[in-house]
Design a protein around this ligand. Structure first.
Ligand code: MG
Length: 404
């Protein structure tokens, strides 16, 4: 039967996109992510670039979560990038790639050879828009072929050219644009790769063709394109932005009283202070207000509903887990957190010296870029309970984008 990730919701494609058959239970996936091509202006290889809140690699890998096992082949220098991008996905191994794409795929196949699956799906990390329908169609074609690849039709007229001038018009009848995942009977493609080890072929279907295997063509939408150029990234951002058009805002407010102690926790940062904050958990009013803001944006109640004070598990608990849970509920809806803004209200401690540490810690908990996180501070001019230094208040606002 289909297995589910513990955090399946994190990358859930939404209703109507479930795997339509069960055959994936016998298939492993190899995600080829060993390239080092940098997105124009980007600091990391393109498969680690973030698209609408999630790394490209996570999007492309999560599409295969129904498979028995997933091998992600990466450049040895990018292991920590891959581990961060893939955190929490299950039945997944990261293996080092080789000097060429073909060598990397072979490395992935050899990693599976000890306990071979019946089928393998080999997918480019840079194709994050692969649909469950395309994966299912490739798998279905393997019932009657050694291999199968998704391919898009060619709609533009094709010209050959030289020195900027047309030299001819190329008939496009019978031409297809090869995509991935390319699926194969595992033992057959492993043998073909071993035979072709000294060659340099551009895709796995070519390796299969060279070995005389039958490879089926499965029509696939052009949407399953490979992110290559800056233009591709702009198009991908636009596609995802259009999908995430349901923009929500939530607010949160929290107060904790000062009491005995020598430190407080605020926005996930431990701050030395002349007193502590009293509360059932670690009394981090900043994270509590923000957790409520995120829950508010998705209409999911408040922090007390999810983590009742009556439950002894949360006594003295670190509040980062409350915030992480709220973020996971957003992702379970297929959404992203666009921005959060926390205002801390107190006479002391001074927030300024801790502001950047707070932003960095919340960025880590929420898995967001730091420029999507704001921390502000104010006093109440010595008025009221915060003015009398009896307690500290925090308010927060969160903007969340959900699929339309
Ligand atoms: Mg609280």
């Amino acid at each position: 039967m289909l297995r589910r990730n513990r955090d399946q919701g994190l990358d859930d494609p939404g209703p109507g996109l479930r795997y339509p058959n069960m055959i994936h239970g016998k298939a492993a996936a190899i995600i080829v992510a060993a390239g080092r091509g940098l997105r124009a202006g980007g600091p990391v290889p393109k498969q680690y670039a973030v698209l609408a809140g999630l790394p490209v690699l996570r999007r492309s890998t999560a599409a295969f979560r129904a498979c028995e096992e997933i091998i992600v082949v990466v450049h040895p220098d990018d292991r920590s990038l891959a581990q961060t991008a893939l955190a929490g996905l299950e039945r997944l191994r990261i293996v080092d790639g080789g000097a060429t794409r073909q060598a990397s795929v072979r490395g992935g196949l050899e990693a599976l050879a000890g306990a071979p699956p019946e089928f393998v799906l080999i997918h480019d990390a840079a194709r994050p828009f692969v649909s469950t329908g395309t994966i299912a169609a490739v798998m279905a074609a393997l019932e009657t072929s050694d291999g199968a690849i998704p391919a898009a039709t060619v709609s533009d007229t094709l010209k050959s050219g030289s020195a900027g001038r047309i030299t001819g018009t190329v008939p496009r009848d019978g031409l297809w644009r090869a995509q991935t995942p390319q699926g194969f009977h595992f033992a057959k493609i492993l043998a073909a790769h071993r035979i072709a080890a000294s060659e340099d072929l551009t895709d796995d279907a070519a390796v299969a063709e060279r070995a005389g295997l039958s490879v089926a063509l499965v029509p696939s939408p052009a949407l399953n394109f490979k992110l290559t150029t800056p233009e591709d990234f702009h198009m991908a951002e636009a596609l995802l932005a259009a999908q995430l058009g349901d923009i929500r805002t939530g607010s949160g407010f929290d107060v904790h009283q000062f009491g005995p102690g020598d430190h407080i926790w605020l926005c996930g940062v431990k701050i030395p202070h002349t007193g502590g904050l009293v509360g059932h958990s670690d009394a981090d009013a900043g994270l509590h207000a923000l957790t409520d803001a995120i829950l508010g944006a998705i209409g999911a109640g408040d922090i007390g509903v999810h983590f009742p004070p009556s439950d002894a598990r949360w006594r003295g608990a670190a509040s980062d887990q409350f915030l992480a849970h709220a973020a996971s509920l957003v992702r379970a809806k297929g959404g992203v957190i666009a921005h959060v803004d926390v205002t801390l209200i107190c006479e002391a401690p001074k927030i300024g010296p801790h502001r950047e540490a707070m932003r960095a810690r919340m960025a880590e908990i929420l898995a967001l870029a730091i420029d999507r996180i704001s921390v502000k501070a104010t006093t109440t001019e010595k008025l009221g309970f915060t003015g009398r230094r009896e307690g500290l208040a925090a308010q927060a606002i969160a903007t969340v984008r959900l699929p339309l």
